[in-house]
Design a protein. Structure first.
Length: 310
């Protein structure tokens, strides 16, 4: 799904003489969590003449930002017949528009997440753990839709066996709890190209430690039917006590305080919670386990090379 185009399609429905808000567009997508992503999409809008992103303002009626400058946004709004006084839309309630025709795409994706979550297996249903891979995705600072995915396969002695990377565009902005839909396409493609298939895959993100039990590690595991472990740098949900993280009283993961900043480990698919913790600890030398750390370095270096050439 190209969610950027879904956002632009909704914004193009705002008629001349009306304005809408980032939150209203997010609700038309199906989740208020997407408000910031709407702002990102407006900022990188490739055709402001066709998609009138200047008609999207803040929920309090202030005009907000614009890639061509606030003065240009105000000028365009005034051309539409919208009065702006001291940076605020006059008669905001009267000119506000949210009567969108929408398919609520994020609601559909959430329903898919919940369906897929029923297929998650949390036990050690893998035959061996000789080769463990880590995967990470880095993003361009120059082109917000350009990403580099890297995967590094290591043996138990922490030797690098294979590494691959790939540059591609992403069609989905970052929205909390929907990370898989942003990164899954490029990650699955690079894993399928590996000559040495990993026995277990570590993912920079959550497994079952997710409000809907379906973080990116679980999503990849179920879709590709491979054992996965989630290793996140921030706690998305749950309660931590003495390194144990629970959601509604159920064990969902662990907090590892190996360095100054903790990491949060949870099983993704076909790995038990205890085994996930054991494997991550085995590969831990710095803050991140070595397969993910090496993948992060590789992805970051390749995307920086692209940025330096542009």
């Amino acid at each position: 799904m190209d969610l950027f185009e879904e956002i632009y399609r909704i914004v193009r429905q705002v008629p001349r003489g009306k304005v809408s808000t980032y939150g209203a567009v997010a609700r038309a997508l199906g989740d208020i969590r997407a408000s910031r992503a709407v702002g990102v999409a407006m900022n990188i809008n490739p055709d402001p003449e066709f998609t009138p992103c200047y008609r999207i303002v803040n929920s309090d009626g202030t005009v907000g930002g614009f890639s061509m400058g606030v003065d240009e946004k105000i000028r365009r709004l005034k051309e539409d017949g919208i009065e702006v006084v001291n940076g605020r839309i006059k008669n905001f309630e009267q000119v506000f528009f949210d009567d969108f025709f929408t398919r609520y795409p994020l609601k559909s994706l959430r329903e898919e997440q919940i369906r897929l979550s029923r297929r998650i297996v949390i036990d050690d249903s893998f035959e061996k753990d000789e080769f463990v891979a880590g995967v990470d995705v880095a993003y361009s600072r120059e082109n917000k839709r350009l990403a580099c995915a890297a995967c590094v396969v290591m043996d138990k002695n922490l030797n690098v066996v294979e590494q691959k990377w790939q540059i591609d565009e992403v069609n989905f902005p970052y929205i909390p709890t929907y990370l898989a839909y942003r990164e899954l396409p490029i990650i699955t493609e690079i894993i399928e190209k590996l000559e040495q298939k990993p026995d277990i895959l570590m993912v920079d993100g959550n497994g079952i430690l997710h409000p809907f039990g379906m973080g990116i590690a679980s999503h990849i595991g179920v879709v590709m039917d491979i054992p996965t472990i989630g290793v996140a740098k921030g706690l998305l949900c749950g309660e931590e006590k003495n390194g144990i993280i629970t959601i509604n009283g159920s064990l969902s993961g662990y907090a590892l305080h190996h360095s100054k900043k903790p990491i949060f480990v949870s099983p993704g698919h076909r790995v038990s919670t205890e085994t996930a913790l054991k494997i991550v600890k085995h590969f831990l030398r710095y803050r991140l386990p070595e397969p993910i750390r090496h993948a992060h370095i590789l992805a970051r270096s390749k995307i920086m090379e692209i940025d330096q050439r542009t």
